[in-house]
Design a protein around this ligand. Structure first.
Ligand code: ASP
Ligand code: MG
Length: 389
């Protein structure tokens, strides 16, 4: 292989490496891509449900979930995948080496369990790529300036891939999972969804924040900042997929709609006497990242994504009231927030069925906070009405 050959970063999600058989298939796909003449840096997630299983064990032994220890635990899942994949490649005669996030030079802040990447020093990765090895990297983790192991929030292996693609100036960043790209809504719960050929970083960001699990929101934000194009594809079927890039508008005049949803969110209402800074003190000390926050009826309310709201119950013991049985539904379209007619229409379709608790309008999205039980029925109606699907 020539030294000048292009670098491709690939990421394989948990379902693509769920068992050793699947890991061997991924090894074969990597070999194939390498035989095409690319240098490969491959990021892996934990096998199948490993992260959830580890988290369940943590919840069994702890009510407080100390974040540092949680990161020590959860980072193990990806380490198992990386080592096994490197072994499987060795069996195919493909020279490879596995690295943890720390060994790959992924430096983060010290916000355990939801760390942000500050910089990437990929020297060891570059050295090994130059030696013609496939470099396998454990996703979802890094190391803080204090030399502590950190994790990047649930779904964070996507962020690892984007960060490596930026640091290595890669030719392509391919995110492989068990779905063939980004759809107009989650195809597992909505009929007649369509696969989107392309969307902008901004649209994808709104969709990921709205609960679409195909790509991690932090990863998309990072890709937007570093101007990295992402390809979301199905493992083993690289022919089709969705391109997420800096493109400003889709070619056709027809509005392209997409919907994200969360059937449940974690919600809390601050005590009435709490100022915003007092309320935020609690949120910060528990290292929680709110999705939405509003002041209404004189009280601050915060909504969190359940997968990242570790230890939220502590708010209850500080006098916060929990807000139960709520979910969110997000409609995304390019420039939606500027198109009052379209916003009005979207809200009207929802209000025909129910009065939303909250409506948040942003540049490219409208988000409704609704009763959990209403999320799926109204998602189906909105998708049908707005996409004619
Ligand atoms: N294994 C981690 C999770 O399940 C990270 C990832 O899959 O990207 O959230
Ligand atoms: Mg996972």
């Amino acid at each position: 292989m020539q030294e000048s050959s292009l670098i491709v970063v690939q990421k394989y999600g948990g379902s693509s490496v769920a068992d050793t058989g699947k890991l061997k298939q991924v090894a074969a796909l990597i070999k194939q891509r390498r035989d095409e003449g690319f240098r490969l840096c491959v990021v892996v997630s934990a096998m199948g449900q490993t992260t959830n299983e580890l988290l369940a064990k943590a919840n069994d032994v702890s009510t407080t979930l100390p974040r540092r220890e949680l990161d020590m635990l959860l980072s193990c899942g990806e380490r198992a995948s990386m080592a096994l994949l490197a072994m499987a490649l060795d069996d195919l005669g493909v020279p490879s080496i596995s690295f943890t996030g720390s060994q790959s030079g992924i430096i983060t802040n010290d916000q355990h369990s939801n760390a942000r990447i500050l910089e990437v020093r990929p020297y060891r990765v570059q050295d090994e790529l130059e030696k013609d090895k496939v470099v396998i990297i454990a996703g979802y983790q890094g190391v803080s300036y204090k030399k502590e192991i950190t994790t990047l929030g649930r779904g964070g292996s996507d962020t690892t891939a984007v960060a490596m693609a930026a640091a290595l100036d890669a030719h392509a960043c391919e995110i492989y999972s068990d779905v063939s790209g980004v759809f107009s809504a989650d195809p597992r719960v909505v009929d007649n969804t369509i696969q989107l050929a392309a969307l902008s970083h901004e649209e994808m960001l709104a969709l990921s924040r709205g609960g679409a699990r195909v790509l991690n929101a932090q990863a998309v934000a990072y890709a937007k900042e570093k101007k990295i194009a992402l390809y979301a594809k199905k493992t083993g079927s690289p022919e089709t997929g969705t391109l997420i890039s800096g493109l400003e508008k889709t070619e056709s005049n027809k509005r392209q709609w997409a919907f994200g949803h969360r059937e449940t969110v974690v919600g809390y209402l601050a005590p009435a006497e709490f100022s915003f800074s007092r309320a935020f003190e609690s949120i910060e000390s528990l290292e929680l990242n709110p999705l939405y926050w509003v002041k209404s009826g004189g009280k601050w309310q915060f909504l969190f994504a359940p997968e990242d709201a570790h230890g939220h119950a502590q708010l209850g013991s500080e006098g916060w009231a929990s807000v139960n049985d709520k979910g969110t539904l997000t409609a995304v379209a390019h420039g939606l927030g500027q198109d009052l007619q379209a916003v009005r229409q979207t809200i009207a379709f929802v209000e025909e069925k129910t009065q939303p608790d909250q409506v948040h309008v942003t540049e490219n999205s409208v988000t409704f906070v609704l009763q959990s039980t209403q999320i799926l029925p109204i998602l189906k109606i909105l998708h049908h009405e707005l996409t004619n699907g």
